[in-house]
Design a protein around this ligand. Structure first.
Ligand code: ATP
Ligand code: MG
Length: 871
C-alpha cells in the first residue's frame, strides 16, 4: 500500500468514528514562548487540554507535521544514524477533548491496526504505566484491563515514568500513556530472542509506533501535578514507521516516503545507497533534513542567525556537511531535491507546491554560503596545522574556528585524524562549556506559577479595535524574574484594549491606574496561546480590585498608520513589480515599518518612486477602512484577500480593506488612509536569495526624514564651498584622492629602494649569518617588500625590523630558508617571543613572521635581543 493511501485510511477510519478531520497546523509556532516548533500532534490543541479554550469539535483526527530538533524532544543527533527517527515527521493522531477516554482510545487503536491495516497481532506489544511514587501515581490498572480484552497478557509490559508518562515539556499538560510497539524481525530472529525483551531498547526492528496518551494533569512550575478540568485523549502514531511496517520494510528510509528522495541523491551525487554505512548515513541525513528545512521555510521560517531560524540553518548545515564529507559534494545540490519532495508530498501539503521556487532559492543560497565557510575554514585549519608543534592541535584554536567561523568541530576532528593528528578535546570542551555558561547566565528566566484570581473570567476578550481605555479585573498574574530584564509581572485581564504583539505588529504599551493617582506602566503586551499577557512593571497592592487601564494613544496611532501603510505598500509592490510578490515577513512599529517580500532583483530608483507614488496616491484619496471581523476564511477569499498558509484549523479570520487592498489581518488600523498623511521608503535591500526588504516611514516621521536629509545636503555643500554642482565636486575629490594615494605609494617604494642599499651596507656578519636589526620609518607592507628584496640579494640573512605607527609597535622577522632548516631558526617563534617586549603577539611562517603590540618603547629592546638568536 502506498503511503498516501495509508495516511488516508487512518483519516477515514477516524472519520467513521465521528471525528472531524482537520488539516495539519503549521510546523513553525508563532505565539508560544515555550516552544519553537510543533514537536507533537497535541501542540496545536494545547489550549483545549489546559481548559483555556473550548474545542468546537470534541473528536478530531489529523496528520500533524512535527519537528524534533530542540528542547525536550530533540532527535537531531540520532537522525541518519538510525533508521526510524526523523527530524521532520508526520504524526497521525486522534483526539478527544473531554469526550471519550481510555476504553475507546484503546479499542479503536487495536481495531485500526489489526483489522484495517491487518498487522499480525503476534507482532504487537503494548505498555502500561506502572506508576510513580514521587508524583503520587499508581499503576494504570484501567488501561491494563482494556488491553487484556484484545491482547495476550504476556504481551502487556509495564513501563516507567520515562517511557509511559508523556509530558510536552517541563511544564504543561501531561498524563500516563500506553504505547504500541511492533516487532518486524524475521521468524528466525524472533525464535532466538523474544521481542518482549527488546521493547523500549533501541532495537531498529522493535519500535514504538503509536502512543496513546491519557491527558489528565498539568505539570506546574514547582514540579507538582494538578488535575486538568477534564480528561482527554491525545494519540500520536509515527506515519513513516507505520509505512515501514505496512510496506514490509526494515527501515523508514526504504518506504516510498523516502525512496524518491534517496534515488535523487544517488543520481546527483553518483553514490549508491546500501553499500557502505558512512555513505548511507549521509544519504539518510540529507533525505531527512531537506524535508525539515523545506517544511519550515514553507511555513514562514527562513534560516537565520538567531532563534528558530538558527535551528533551521543548523539542520541544513548538518546535511551540507554530511554531503561534503561523505559524498564529496563541493557544489550546492540539496536544493535540487525540493522538486522531488514537492511532487511526493505536495498533494497533501499544498504549501510545498506553492512555495517550491522560494524554498529552492533559499536552500541554494544557504548551501553556497556554507560551502564558502567550509572552504575558508579548511584554509584556516591548514594554517593552524602548520603552526602546530607535535601532533595535537590546541582545543582553543579549534574552538575559535568553530565559534567565530562556524566551522564544524567534527569536520576538524576528521581532517586531523586523516593527517595522523588529534584535537585536544578536553580544552575544546572547556571552551565550549565556558561559552555555554556565559549565554546561559545571560538568559536565566524564572517564571512562577499563575495565581488565578477569577477562574470563570479567564476567557479574555480583546476590545482594543474599538477602544483604548477600559475598566478591568486582573484574572491571573505571575511573577517573572529575568537576568536580562529584571523582575516584572505578567497580568491577564478579563478583557483588554491592549493589542498583543502579533502579525508583525508590536504589542501595545500603556498604564494601569492604581489608588492615590499613581500608575503602573505596562511596557509590552504579548499573546501566549490563548492568553493576552500584559508585562507590568509591578503588581497593584490589592490585585483583586477593578482598575482603569489605558493604551498609549500616540504609539498606537503611529503604529496603526504604519500598519495600514504596510497593506498599501504590499498592494503597490504587486501592482508595480507583479503578482509574484508575496509577503514574507513584516514588522510594524510606531517609528517605522519593515516589509519583506519575494522578488528577484533590486528595485530601481524609478520603481521605488512608482511604489511611493502609488501608496501616496491612496493616502491622498482618503479611503475609509472597511473591517470584517470573525468571518469564515472563504468569505474573506471571496472579497479578494490572499490565502496565506500558516492558519490553524478552526480560526475565523478578520479582513481589512482599503479600496482594492484586502488582507487577512488581526492588527490595528487607522479609520482612513488620509490619516497616514505621507509615506516614504527609507531603504531597500536583499535579506536572502529572492527576498527583499523595504523599510519605510509615515506621517510626522517623514518630515524629520526630509529635514535631516536636507540639512546633511546643505552641510555637504557648505564644506565644498557651495559649488553649483556638489555631486561633481565629490566625484572630483574622490578622483583626486585616488591619484594622490597612487603617488604616495610610488614615493614610498622609491624611498624603500634607496633605503635598501643603505641597509645592505649595514649588515653584520656574525657566526656566518648576515644579521641586521633596525627600526625603520616605513609601513608594514613596505617593510615586508623590503625584507624579501634584501633576502633575495643577501644570503644567510637574519633580518629583524621594528616600526612604530599610530602609537603601536610592529616587528618583522625574515630568515633565509636555508637557515630555517639548517640552524633550526624560526621567525614565527622569534616574533612570538620578542612580541612580549612590545606587549603584543604575532606569528607567521618559519621564514617570515610579524608581530604587533601596544608598547613602542619596547622596540629597541626587542631589536637588541634579536641578536641573541644567532650568538
Ligand atoms: P521513541 O522512543 O521511538 O523516540 P517517543 O517516545 O519519543 O518515541 P512519542 O513522543 O510518544 O515518541 O511520539 C509518538 C509517536 O511518534 C511514536 O510512537 C513514534 O511512532 C513517532 N515518533 C516519535 N519520534 C519520532 C521521530 N523522531 N521520527 C519519526 N517518528 C517519531
Ligand atoms: Mg523520542
Amino acid at each position: 500500500m502506498k503511503s498516501q493511501q495509508i495516511r488516508q485510511q487512518f483519516l477515514d477510519f477516524f472519520a467513521s468514528k465521528k471525528h472531524q478531520i482537520v488539516p495539519s497546523s503549521p510546523i513553525v509556532l508563532k505565539n508560544d514562548p515555550t516552544l519553537m516548533f510543533t514537536n507533537a500532534g497535541m501542540v496545536p490543541f494545547k489550549e483545549y487540554f489546559l481548559g483555556q479554550k473550548t474545542a468546537a469539535e470534541k473528536r478530531v483526527a489529523d496528520t500533524q507535521k512535527c519537528l524534533r530538533v530542540s528542547g525536550k524532544h530533540n532527535d537531531l543527533e540520532e537522525v541518519g544514524k538510525d533508521t526510524y527517527h526523523h527530524t521532520m515527521f508526520e504524526m497521525l493522531g486522534n483526539w478527544s477533548f473531554g469526550d471519550y477516554f481510555k476504553k475507546e482510545a484503546i479499542s479503536w487503536a487495536w481495531e485500526l491496526l489489526t483489522e484495517v491495516y491487518k498487522i499480525d497481532k503476534d507482532c504487537l506489544y503494548v505498555t502500561v504505566f506502572e506508576g510513580a511514587e514521587e508524583d503520587g501515581l499508581g499503576y494504570d490498572q484501567e488501561a491494563y484491563d482494556y488491553w487484556k480484552q484484545f491482547i495476550d497478557e504476556e504481551r502487556i509490559i509495564n513501563g516507567n515514568k520515562k517511557d509511559n508518562f508523556w509530558e510536552m515539556g517541563a511544564q504543561g499538560p501531561c498524563g500516563p500513556c500506553s504505547e504500541i510497539h511492533v516487532d518486524i524481525r524475521s521468524a528466525e530472529e524472533k525464535a532466538k530472542i523474544s521481542g518482549k525483551s527488546l521493547v523500549n531498547n533501541d532495537h531498529p526492528q522493535v519500535v514504538e509506533i503509536w502512543n496513546l496518551v491519557f491527558m489528565e494533569f498539568n505539570r506546574k512550575a514547582d514540579g507538582s501535578l494538578e488535575k486538568l478540568p477534564a480528561q482527554h485523549v491525545d494519540t500520536g502514531m509515527g506515519f513513516e514507521r507505520l509505512c515501514m511496517v505496512l510496506q514490509n520494510k526494515q527501515s523508514n528510509y526504504d518506504t516510498d516516503v523516502f525512496t524518491p528522495l534517496i534515488r535523487e541523491v544517488e543520481a546527483i551525487t553518483s553514490s549508491d545507497y546500501g553499500k557502505n554505512e558512512e555513505t548511507d548515513i549521509a544519504i539518510r541525513v540529507i533525505a531527512d533534513h531537506v524535508r525539515a528545512v523545506a517544511f519550515a521555510i514553507a511555513d514562514g521560517q527562513l534560516p537565520s542567525n538567531t532563534g528558530a531560524g538558527y535551528v533551521i540553518r543548523r539542520i541544513l548545515r548538518r546535511a551540507i556537511r554530511y554531503g561534503f564529507t561523505f559524498l564529496n559534494t563541493k557544489e550546492p545540490f540539496i536544493y535540487k531535491l525540493v522538486n522531488t519532495l514537492s511532487k511526493q508530498m505536495g498533494e497533501y501539503f499544498p504549501e510545498l507546491k506553492a512555495q517550491k521556487q522560494l524554498i529552492t532559492n533559499v536552500i541554494k543560497e544557504e548551501e553556497n554560503s556554507f560551502l564558502r565557510t567550509l572552504d575558508q575554514g579548511l584554509l584556516l585549519l591548514d594554517g593552524i596545522i602548520k603552526n602546530t608543534n607535535g601532533t595535537e592541535v590546541s582545543g582553543k584554536k579549534a574552538f575559535e574556528l568553530f565559534d567565530t567561523y562556524g566551522f564544524p568541530i567534527d569536520l576538524t576532528a576528521l581532517i586531523l585524524s586523516e593527517k595522523g593528528m588529534t584535537l585536544n578535546e578536553v580544552d575544546f570542551n572547556t571552551e565550549l562549556e565556558k561559552q555555554k555558561n556565559r549565554s546561559r547566565a545571560a538568559s536565566v528566566v524564572e517564571t512562577d506559577d499563575w495565581v488565578v484570581l477569577y477562574e470563570d473570567d479567564d476567557e479574555e476578550e480583546f476590545i482594543g479595535y474599538d477602544t483604548l481605555k477600559a475598566k478591568v479585573k486582573i484574572t491571573r498574574y505571575r511573577k517573572v524574574s529575568s537576568k536580562k530584564e529584571g523582575d516584572f509581572y505578567q497580568l491577564v485581564f478579563n478583557m483588554t484594549p491592549f493589542y498583543p504583539e502579533g502579525g508583525g505588529q508590536v504589542g501595545d504599551k500603556g498604564y494601569i491606574e492604581v489608588p492615590n493617582g499613581n500608575v503602573i506602566y505596562i511596557v509590552n503586551t504579548k499573546k501566549e496561546n490563548n492568553l493576552i499577557i500584559h508585562y507590568a512593571e509591578n503588581l497593584p497592592k490589592d490585585p483583586t480590585q477593578t482598575f482603569n487601564v489605558s493604551v498609549d494613544e500616540k504609539q498606537r496611532f503611529r503604529t496603526a498608520c504604519n500598519h495600514s501603510a504596510t497593506h498599501l505598500l504590499h498592494q503597490a509592490l504587486r501592482e508595480v513589480l507583479g503578482t509574484h510578490v508575496e509577503q514574507k515577513g513584516s514588522a510594524v512599529h510606531s517609528k517605522n515599518l519593515r516589509f519583506d517580500f519575494s522578488h528577484f532583483a533590486k528595485l530601481t530608483v524609478d520603481e521605488l518612486r512608482e511604489v511611493e507614488d502609488f501608496v501616496n496616491a491612496r493616502i491622498d484619496s482618503k479611503i475609509p477602512l472597511k473591517e470584517f471581523r470573525n468571518i469564515p476564511m472563504q468569505t474573506a477569499l471571496d472579497k479578494g484577500a490572499m490565502a496565506l498558509f500558516g492558519e490553524k484549523y478552526g480560526d475565523t479570520v478578520r479582513a481589512i480593506q482599503f479600496g482594492q487592498s484586502v488582507e487577512l489581518c488581526g492588527g490595528t488600523h487607522i479609520q482612513n488612509t488620509g490619516d497616514i498623511w505621507h509615506f516614504k521608503i527609507t531603504s531597500e535591500n536583499a535579506i536572502a536569495s529572492g527576498i527583499r526588504r523595504i523599510e519605510a516611514i509615515t506621517g510626522d516621521a517623514t518630515k524629520d526624514f526630509y529635514f535631516e536629509n536636507n540639512r546633511a545636503f546643505f552641510e555637504i555643500k557648505d564644506i565644498l564651498k557651495n559649488p553649483v554642482n556638489p555631486l561633481k565636486s565629490i566625484l572630483d575629490l574622490q578622483e583626486e584622492n585616488t591619484t594622490l594615494k597612487k603617488q604616495i605609494e610610488t614615493l614610498l617604494k622609491d624611498k624603500a629602494k634607496n633605503l635598501k642599499g643603505d641597509l645592505i651596507n649595514e649588515v653584520e656578519k656574525i657566526n656566518g649569518i648576515n644579521f641586521l636589526a633596525k627600526k625603520l620609518d616605513l609601513d608594514q607592507n613596505s617593510i615586508k617588500d623590503l625584507a624579501f628584496e634584501i633576502g633575495n640579494q643577501v644570503e644567510n640573512l637574519f633580518l629583524l625590523a621594528g616600526a612604530e605607527a599610530d602609537g603601536k609597535a610592529f616587528l618583522t622577522c625574515y630568515i633565509s630558508k636555508n637557515l630555517v632548516t639548517e640552524k633550526g631558526l624560526n621567525a614565527g617563534q622569534v616574533v612570538r617571543e620578542l612580541g612580549k617586549l612590545i606587549q603584543g603577539g604575532g606569528g607567521g611562517q618559519p621564514f617570515f613572521a610579524t608581530a604587533g603590540g601596544k608598547n613602542p618603547a619596547g622596540i629597541e629592546d626587542a631589536l637588541q635581543k634579536g641578536k641573541e638568536y644567532i650568538l
